[in-house]
Design a protein around this ligand. Structure first.
Ligand SMILES: Nc1ncnc2c1ncn2[C@@H]1O[C@H](COP(=O)(O)OP(=O)(O)OP(=O)(O)O)[C@@H](O)[C@H]1O
Ligand SMILES: [Mg+2]
Length: 339
């Protein structure tokens, strides 16, 4: 029997300090995420300087805890995988430098991971016996800063076919939630409010962008802002109005995402579609895409949709297996693309 390959995954690209141990690319041995949600909530968004300072405080305890929960010591780790972009430079630097120092001190190989590739590999982490996704895979990567339609043709080989031309889907959720006074992060708050609302209460625009696989959410965001301004002229929004706006907005976002993804699945003839990124946790998006897509749709459980170390470790396993090694000169790349 070949010995197990255990990868320690480290992720600090934004406001989550995260580390995890994954075995053979699929078996989750531990997953520790220290969220900074509380820290940034009162500012209504992430404050980069606060985020990097908090990563410095948390990174070593989070890594120790990931090893402890996995029940392994350093001798049981085969390599360290770490996010080097895209993300906030000051945040990325903390995880990358911790990973380099540990790799040097322990004599372990270092593997650099693109955060978006990590989001896709969250689908490889086995949960309740979930099977391995099939390649080629059409991936809808929808997160706080991205809305990409990407073909994963093989392990580590991606071809982006569409992207957002303005806001990311998660960013639109966050901005509309803030407008409605629903708090931060906005995605889960909009989803909760929408459950009590009527998705047909207010007609909101859907950007079609014909002859392109690109998305656009800024028109919808502005239309929602104008709607709220108009309603507020008659007094503060009622709870029912907030729920109806949340439901109408969410439905518009889901309509746009599902329409393009279903059309692309047909056009490229893929055997499967995968959802990835924080917005992939959205229940309505998951349900509608499964119902309307001509091929099976896979998505990670919600705790693996938002930033975590397990997805980085899973991606790291496949790169490690392919012989991919980073040098100690690896630097962060804030605007790293997956294409
Ligand atoms: N249930 C949900 N419905 C809609 N959006 C959600 C839900 N849960 C989380 N989100 C959104 O997901 C985003 C966070 O996702 P993620 O952590 O992947 O983003 P990020 O890491 O900041 O950005 P990126 O991955 O693009 O670098 C936030 O915008 C949040 O509002
Ligand atoms: Mg992310």
């Amino acid at each position: 029997m070949t010995p197990s390959v255990r990868i320690l995954g480290i992720e600090t690209s934004c406001d989550e300090t995260a580390a995890a141990v994954v075995e053979d690319g699929r078996i989750l041995r531990s997953n520790v995420v220290a969220s900074q949600e509380q820290l940034h909530a009162r500012y209504g968004g992430i404050v980069p300087e606060l985020a990097s300072r908090q990563h410095i405080r948390l990174i070593l305890p989070v890594i120790d805890e990931a090893l402890r929960r996995a029940g392994v010591d350093w001798a049981g780790i085969s390599a360290i995988a770490v996010t080097f972009g895209p993300g906030l430079a000051g945040s990325l630097l903390v995880g990358l430098n911790a990973a380099k120092a540990l790799a040097f001190a322990r004599g372990l190989p270092l593997v650099g991971i693109n955060h978006l590739e990590g989001h896709v590999y969250a689908n490889w982490v086995e949960v309740d016996g979930s099977p391995e996704p099939q390649l080629p895979l059409l991936c809808l990567i929808v997160s706080g800063a991205h809305s990409d339609l990407t073909l994963m043709v093989d392990h580590g080989k991606f071809r982006r076919i569409g992207r957002t031309r303005d806001d990311a889907a998660g960013e639109a959720f966050d901005k509309v939630a803030r407008l409605l006074g629903l708090g931060f992060p906005g995605g889960p708050a909009i989803q909760r409010a929408a459950e009590r609302g009527n998705p047909e209460a207010y007609p909101l625009p859907r950007a079609e962008l014909k002859d392109s696989w690109d998305f656009s959410f800024s028109g919808l965001k502005t239309a929602t802002l104008r709607l709220v301004e108009r309603l507020r002229r008659d007094g503060p929004l009622t709870e029912q109005q907030v729920a109806d706006i949340a439901a109408s907005f969410q439905e518009a976002v889901v309509d746009m995402l599902v329409a393009k993804t279903v059309a692309a699945a047909r056009a490229f003839g893929v055997p499967q579609v995968a959802l990835a990124g924080g917005v992939a946790a959205n229940r309505r998006l998951r349900e509608r895409l499964r119902a309307e897509c001509p091929v099976p749709v896979v998505y990670p459980p919600p705790f693996l949709c938002t930033d975590n170390g397990a997805m980085i470790a899973a991606a790291g396993y496949f790169r490690f297996r392919a012989g991919d090694r980073a040098g100690f000169d690896l630097d962060v790349v804030s605007n790293l693309k997956l294409e």
